[in-house]
Design a binder for this molecule. Sequence first.
Ligand code: GLN
Length: 484
Amino acid sequence: MKNHLTLKQLQNGLQNKDYSSVELTNYYIDQINKYNNSVNAFITVDYEKSLAQAKLADEQLKLNKSSDLTGIPIAQKDIFCADGWRTTCGSKMLDNFISPYDSKVVELFNQSGAINLGKTNMDEFAMGSSNETSFYGNVKNPWNLDCVPGGSSGGSAAAVSSGMAPAATATDTGGSIRQPASLCGLTGLKPTYGLVSRYGMIAFASSLDQAGPIAKTSEDCAMMLNVMAGHDHRDSTSIKRDKLNYLDNLNDSIKGKTIGIPKEFFNSDLDEDVKKVLDRVIDEYKLLGVNFKEISLENSHLSIPVYYVIAPAEASSNLSRYDGVRYGYRASDYQDIENMYLKTREEGFGDEVKRRILVGTYVLSAGYYDAYYLKAQKIRRLIATDFKKSFSECDLILAPSSPSTAFKIGEKKEDPVSMYMQDMYTISTNLAGLPAISAPAGFINNMPIGFQLIGNYFSESTILNFVHEYQKQTGWHQEYPEVR
Ligand code: GLN
């Protein structure tokens, strides 16, 4: 009965005492028990811990000391350290790691009175677009269990779309919030780089990683972002700005505003069916009084090659800490310390992670640094400049979120390059540090697909406003799969 209620509806339900937080949490626990076997969205659940939080939340609710998310269960991507919880990042390397502290994101949800419902499955160290690189097995798309849910936040997306959680946290280094949101029929927001603290969020590529919400609606994303955003002195790239209430501008009129259409994305490479869906999105916005204008992001075709130099370079450095010495996996059988490092990393990391470490150390090595890494950084700047110019001509930019709907499990696993192409429409915003959202735009052969809106730095309120207005007029975000 409560399946697929939004955060907003759950907040009302709790406030009206239709149910308590303990009852609500038990309801989601039942859903997890029903569906997780087939969907594999959660790596770790700890019902005792969740219910203990729910009891406390019920007390706060009684005392009227609650905030918007008090008493509402939220799933946490297993990249966020949570005190006392196993935190694996989808890797054998951290299979035995119980975090001794909370990441900033988890700390903020705890302070808000939200319930940690469990840790969601993900590609190993967030490297992937299909959730097939997880040590814990692939996640299945609730719309069709033979298909991938997208990645790397596939567990978070599948948990929400199957109704096992009302919303979830996620991270986006090159598209990992928006692509799974698109493939699972959800709304997912990647905020401006630096808006949400990365403290205690296991690092993949530090200059690109950013946390954000995956939820059912733009309004729910605003509620989540209200909790997540804010300055944190423990993250040196966290930005000091006044805290906004992202619910405030949701209903502003968007009449007379302009959306840019990048000609490099809307060319003959764009899938015909995806184009039809996006044309319908354009028509819908025109009805809302929005103008459209062609713009150019002329270096966007370089974003995938640039990303696959920069992200592996940063990953190779970040992942050097997994050496079997202080925490995580350690090989059991070794001759000396050097051999211990070697065996630990050989046995603890999966193939995709090893591929990234190899590429990353190569592009950073003497003799290749200038040719690859430095060059990539220069092109990265050009990509950001293209966006800067465009935002003098339009308020937001429309783009596809993913090149197609969800593909079959196994279809691209042996072909890294075709897997990397999944992020061709999302990666440039990470390179530029810009915010972007994916929201449901319709279906192709019964599988959901999203559209993407990209904004200027710190334009999250505008982005959420545009999608909220769209969702008031359309029903795509209210369609849910029936999981068997
Ligand atoms: N698919 C991209 C990769 O494999 C992006 C992943 C992400 O955003 N975490 O690196």
